[in-house]
Design a protein around this ligand. Sequence first.
Ligand SMILES: Nc1ncnc2c1ncn2[C@@H]1O[C@H](COP(=O)(O)OP(=O)(O)OP(=O)(O)O)[C@@H](O)[C@H]1O
Ligand SMILES: [Mg+2]
Length: 307
Amino acid sequence: MYRKFFNLQTSPFGTSPDPRFLYMMPHTREALAGLEYGISERKGFTVLTGEVGTGKTTLLRSALGSLGQRRVHTSFVFNPLLDPLDFLEFVLTDFGLTPNSRTKSGMLLQLNRWLIERYRAQETCVVVVDEAQNLSWELLEEIRLLTNLESSSEKLLQIVLSGQPELEEKLRHPSVRQLRQRIFLWCRTQSLTAEQTGEYIAERLRIAGTTNAIFSPEAIQLIYTYSQGIPRTINLICEHSLILGYVEQINVIPGSLIAQVAADLELDMQSFLMAPSQHGEGLHNPLRPMETGKFMNSFNREPGGGR
Ligand SMILES: Nc1ncnc2c1ncn2[C@@H]1O[C@H](COP(=O)(O)OP(=O)(O)OP(=O)(O)O)[C@@H](O)[C@H]1O
Ligand SMILES: [Mg+2]
């Protein structure tokens, strides 16, 4: 409803993981390159982790979108709360196969044959498990076993596990050390800095059709404070601000309007608890983005290791 008023062709701050709006930060570029490399070079396991709403699914969709043009077959598991049989059936079906058996061995055999054919045709196959922090230990082990499907030199099936920080915890558990040892690449998404928040907002507005500075500098600073640089929360605040700006017929959103929106969204107390502004030391609070700004630029390194 506000599009015409702000001169926009589309809604700039949707909350779906739409790769058209991908804003490239150094860590985004690095993670994207890592994912594409790990998959196309058939390196086996790649892991992507990051706080809630920092762009993991958006990044996966973007990577798969560009790999899709390069003979890559994808199965995207978005709900990993499956038992091993259902998981295998889902993967086969998502690869376009009709499972010819409901037994584990039958489906594994079928998958293996198909993967060998794809490999001979120089095609790459990848299973992406999103929300992988929810994987049961049992399914995690089954997934590890899938990487045993290999030719003499390369993995036949590439696996990407993507999830929130709980996935990092899970992969640190001694019972999955075999899997951990096989992780070729560990990529991360991060929350944005104050400066990146401004660029991110401008970039989304530009993609939606306007280069007008709809948000005042003070508004952008407050969006950053309330969102702590989490893209999904930035989108939420911006979307509500545009609606309110339209209702009140304000062309340039001032800081006071952001404060009002944040209060409506009950973000004020959260950001107070998150406190001390810039990345780094703060009050301990489970809501605070984990290790904001302290992430390693991390190819092939485990979180918490070797720092
Ligand atoms: N780099 C980015 N460029 C553009 N938009 C982004 C970026 N990162 C995140 N977003 C936006 O933020 C919102 C949340 O992103 P997404 O769903 O990918 O996060 P997520 O990390 O997968 O979240 P969850 O942990 O809840 O699964 C989406 O609207 C997405 O478009
Ligand atoms: Mg997601």
